[in-house]
Design a protein around this ligand. Structure first.
Ligand SMILES: *Cc1c(COP(=O)(O)O)cnc(C)c1O
Length: 371
C-alpha cells in the first residue's frame, strides 16, 4: 500500500523562531580501533560519578514511578545552608540553562533587551531569541575579557537583563572584583544582573569577586550556578540561582513543574556531602589546566588566561583545519568557525594529545598561526 503524500503544513509558528540559532552540542567522539578517542568539546567533567553518589542515584531510581519533590526543598535547604542564605533565596531548574530560560521569561517582554558579552556562552542568544527579546552583544576586549564599561554603556531604557559570564565560556578569563563593582554602580537598579558562575569551582584568581558578598549588597544581582561541571552531574540536569525577592519567587513560578528529577535532587545533595572528594578532582583538573596552558603558551599560542576547565585557542581562519587535525588524532574539540577552538581539560592522555596536536599544527602552519 502506498502512503498518501504528506499534506502541506500550514500551522503558524512564532516569527521570532527564525532568529533562534540552533544549539550546537559538542560532538561525541566516534569510537575507533586505532586510538582511544576523547570528547573535549563540552566542558564535561572527565571523571566518572563518585561511588557514593552513584549509590544514592541507584536507590532513588527505585521511586521513579513518583513525581519528584516539586519544591526541591531538601536540595534548596542544603544549598542555602552551604551559602548562608535563606532557602527561599534559592531557585532551581533543569540545569543552569533551564534557570537562564526562567530568568529571561520573568524579565523580558518581546522587544526588551538583554546585554551580554560576545563571544560568550552559546545558549544566551537562543534563550533570548526564544523569548522574543533582543540580544545586545558587546564584543570582548582583545585579551578575550568582558568589556564591562562598554556593557554598562550599552544599557538602554529597554534593557531588562544583563548576563556576566565569569569565567567566560568559551574564552576563560574572569571579571575582577573592582571592575564588577564599578559596573554594578553604573547599571540602573531596576535591571537584573546575572553572574553566571558555571565554572566557579575552578577559579584560582585572587582578583575574582566573592560573588555571594556582591549578591548580598545588590538587590538586582542574581547568581547562576550548576552541578554540571565541577560536580560532574551534567547528565542529570540541575542548576540554581541565588536571588533576592521578588526575583526568586518569580523564578519558581517560571520553572517547569517537576523539572528537576528526584535522581538529580538526591545526587546533588550527595555531591555536596562528598565535596571533599570532588575538590581533589577539581584541584587535579586545575593542575592539568595549568600544564596545558603553559605548554600551549610555550609553543607560541596566544591562549588567554583561563580560570575554567578549558582553554581557548584563538585560531581565526585556521580554526576548522585545527579541529580536523584534532579529529584525526581522536580528539573532538569545539570549534567556532573563524574564531577559535575551545578545548576542555580532560583525561591526562587527552591533554597530552592536545598539546601534541597543537605543537604539530603550529609547526606545519608556520609561527604566525593563531598568534
Ligand atoms: C556549562 C554552562 C552552564 C551550565 O549548563 P547546565 O545547564 O547547568 O548544564 C551555564 N553557563 C555556562 C556559561 C556554561 O558554560
Amino acid at each position: 500500500m502506498t502512503e498518501d503524500p504528506k499534506p502541506a503544513n500550514a500551522v503558524r509558528l512564532r516569527a521570532t523562531l527564525d532568529s533562534v540559532p540552533g544549539y550546537k552540542p559538542g560532538k561525541p567522539a566516534a569510537p575507533r580501533t586505532d586510538v582511544t578517542t576523547y570528547k573535549i568539546s563540552s566542558n564535561e567533567n572527565p571523571y566518572p560519578p563518585l561511588p557514593s553518589v552513584l549509590e544514592v542515584v541507584r536507590e532513588s531510581a527505585g521511586s521513579m514511578n513518583r513525581y519528584p519533590d516539586m519544591g526541591v526543598s531538601g536540595l534548596s535547604a542544603r544549598i542555602a545552608d552551604e551559602l548562608k542564605v535563606e532557602p527561599d533565596e534559592i531557585a532551581t531548574g533543569t540545569g543552569s540553562v533551564g534557570v537562564l530560560g526562567q530568568l529571561v521569561a520573568i524579565t523580558c517582554d518581546p522587544g526588551d533587551e538583554v546585554v551580554y558579552a560576545w563571544r560568550s556562552f552559546e545558549a544566551y542568544p537562543i534563550v533570548v531569541a526564544l523569548a522574543g527579546a533582543a540580544s545586545v552583544q558587546v564584543p570582548l576586549t582583545s585579551d578575550a575579557r568582558h568589556d564591562l564599561d562598554a556593557m554598562a554603556a550599552a544599557v538602554t531604557d529597554r534593557t531588562r537583563l544583563i548576563l556576566v559570564c565569569t569565567p567566560n565560556n568559551p574564552t576563560g578569563p574572569v571579571v575582577h572584583a573592582d571592575e564588577l563593582e564599578r559596573f554594578l554602580a553604573a547599571v540602573p537598579s531596576d535591571v537584573v544582573v546575572v553572574i553566571d558562575e558555571a565554572y566557579l569551582e575552578f577559579v584560582t584568581d585572587p582578583e575574582a569577586p566573592q560573588a555571594i558578598d556582591v549578591w548580598r549588597r545588590h538587590p538586582n544581582v542574581a547568581l547562576l550556578r550548576t552541578f554540571s561541571k565541577a560536580y560532574g552531574l551534567a547528565g542529570l540536569r540541575v542548576g540554581y540561582a541565588v536571588a533576592h525577592e521578588p526575583v526568586a519567587t518569580a523564578l519558581r513560578k517560571a520553572a517547569v513543574p517537576f523539572g528537576v528529577s528526584q535522581l538529580a535532587q538526591d545526587a546533588a545533595i550527595a555531591s555536596l556531602d562528598a565535596f571533599g572528594e570532588l575538590q581533589q578532582r577539581v584541584d587535579a583538573l586545575v593542575g592539568e589546566r595549568t600544564r596545558v596552558f603553559d605548554a600551549l603558551r610555550a609553543q607560541g599560542w596566544d591562549v588567554p588566561e583561563t580560570h575554567a576547565n578549558f582553554v581557548w585557542m584563538p585560531l581565526g581562519p585556521d580554526t576548522m583545519a585545527f579541529a580536523r587535525a584534532c579529529d584525526e588524532a581522536g580528539l573532538v574539540v569545539r570549534p567556532f568557525d573563524g574564531e577559535g577552538a575551545r578545548c576542555s581539560i580532560g583525561e591526562t592522555e587527552a591533554n597530552d594529545r592536545l598539546i601534541e596536536v597543537a605543537g604539530a599544527f603550529r609547526g606545519s602552519r608556520g609561527a604566525d598561526a593563531g598568534a
